[in-house]
Design a protein around this ligand. Structure first.
Ligand code: HEM
Length: 404
């Protein structure tokens, strides 16, 4: 294999054989088609993610704003200037220390495990309602609406704006990752920026119990987020949290459909759900690769990578590396907890882990209890992205199939 193109539909359909080849033959591989250095072994991926000074997340600095692998959404520059009369702001995901450290300290308070655990009864209620209305597509009817409704409620967005909210989120993600319309994406970025700017302003005057109100209040050091930082963070929550959680549910269900025994056991023993969630994150995680830029020439394994190079640590490959995992291609519930790197590692470690785990666990428990005969009913449609792994549709039937 001399040229590897991550946008090749065969790779997108099943990247795991290619990962195995990369790990064995060229663990640090330069893809000319994508102008990306692919890092595929567990230890190397971890080393890249934990070396923030050597591997920058500030893709704007490297002129990568328009890159399809750039998972960042930024509010339009003119709007950011207008909002704060400041230079354009970076998002949490695409900034380096010291800016990242300050920003993360300010926003982390909104996502503590305690705050998230308190949401469980409400997430159960929403999930039961969605499962009541489950018709023939699990993504459309349950996996996709749930995270959007939950994050909208967390932010205190009125129910009558949910449809706009969902549309903006979809168009932003589509435009970024799957080659959807750039014009629609820009329009959505503008609409969502204005919407959040107005919401932030009104929360400053009349705070409530929601996440935006929490973020507009000053912390103990008297520090507050600027309006543009707040708007950017709200957009990041939409983009980073919705599609990924939807995909975790769909990837888990695909794995379970292949293992009917496990599905039946889950129906009678909901305590298995957390282990199913963790193993799905390892076995077929929603985020397969993360983007970094080298700040100086650097050695990764035996390979020298130049300064300013775009590096893609493949978390999806690391999580199947036989140098780290016994029997890596098997779906097993007895693995050590917390060892996979599906949520990243180091300073950018996902802030939404507790929420994503909680939502996915509740969906799996609810479906297995209420629909023990749930099964696939046609060919699912896959999202055409090399870094975001999941399904656009998952046709299902909720009745037992009658033979003949
Ligand atoms: C960061 C994955 C759900 C918010 C990350 C990163 C990964 C990730 C891999 C690290 C990115 C990097 O190092 O460049 C996932 C997966 C999810 C999920 C697989 C679902 C299964 C969520 C949710 C939220 C969220 C529900 C919030 C509501 C964030 C934010 C960051 C982040 C704000 C940036 C953190 C930082 O840069 O310091 N996520 N995520 N994520 N995630 Fe998640």
């Amino acid at each position: 294999m001399t040229t590897l193109d991550l946008n090749d539909p065969d790779f997108v359909a099943d990247p795991y054989p290619v990962y195995a080849w990369l790990r064995d033959v060229e663990p640090v591989h330069y893809s000319a088609a994508n102008d990306l250095w692919l890092v595929s072994r567990y230890d190397d991926v971890l080393a890249v993610l934990r070396d923030a000074p050597g591997f920058s997340s500030d893709l704007g600095k490297a002129g990568l704003d328009d890159n399809p692998f750039n998972p960042a959404i930024r509010i339009p520059r003119r709007l950011a200037r207008l909002l704060d009369r400041l230079p354009p702001v970076r998002t949490l995901l695409t900034s380096d220390p010291p800016h990242h450290t300050q920003l993360r300290r300010k926003v982390a308070k909104a996502f503590t495990p305690r705050r998230i655990a308190a949401l469980e009864p409400r997430i159960r209620e929403i999930t039961e309602r969605l499962v009541d209305d489950l018709d023939d597509d699990l993504v459309r009817d349950v996996a996709s609406p749930l995270p959007t409704i939950v994050i909208a409620e967390l932010m205190g967005i009125p129910a009558d704006r949910r449809d706009d909210f969902k549309r903006w989120s979809d168009e932003l993600v589509n435009g970024l990752l799957t080659g959807g319309s750039r014009i629609r994406m820009a329009r959505s970025a503008l609409a969502v920026s204005w919407f959040f700017a107005r919401t932030v302003r009104s929360r400053r005057h009349r705070p409530g119990g929601d996440v935006i109100s929490l973020l507009v209040t000053r912390d103990q050091d008297g520090d507050a987020l600027t309006l543009a930082e707040l708007v950017n963070f709200c957009i990041l929550l939409l983009v980073a949290g919705n599609e990924t959680t939807t995909n975790l549910v769909s990837n888990a269900m695909l794995a379970l459909f292949d293992r009917p025994d496990l599905w039946r056991r889950l129906g009678t023993d909901p305590d298995l759900a957390p282990a199913v969630v963790e193993e799905t994150l390892r076995y077929d995680g929603p985020a397969q690769g993360l983007l970094r830029v080298t700040t100086a020439e650097v050695r990764i394994g035996d390979v020298t990578v130049p300064e300013g190079a775009r590096v893609l640590p493949l978390t999806g490959s690391a999580n199947r590396d036989p140098r780290h995992w016994a029997d890596p291609d098997a779906f097993r519930l007895d693995r050590p907890a917390g060892d996979h790197i599906a949520f990243g590692s180091g300073i950018h470690y996902c802030i939404g882990t507790a929420l994503a785990r909680l939502e996915t666990r509740i969906v799996l428990e609810t479906l297995a209890r209420r629909h023990p005969h749930l099964g696939p009913a046609g060919v699912p449609e896959r999202i055409q992205s090399p870094v975001l792994r999941g399904l656009r549709t998952l046709p299902v039937t909720i009745r037992p199939t009658v033979p003949g």
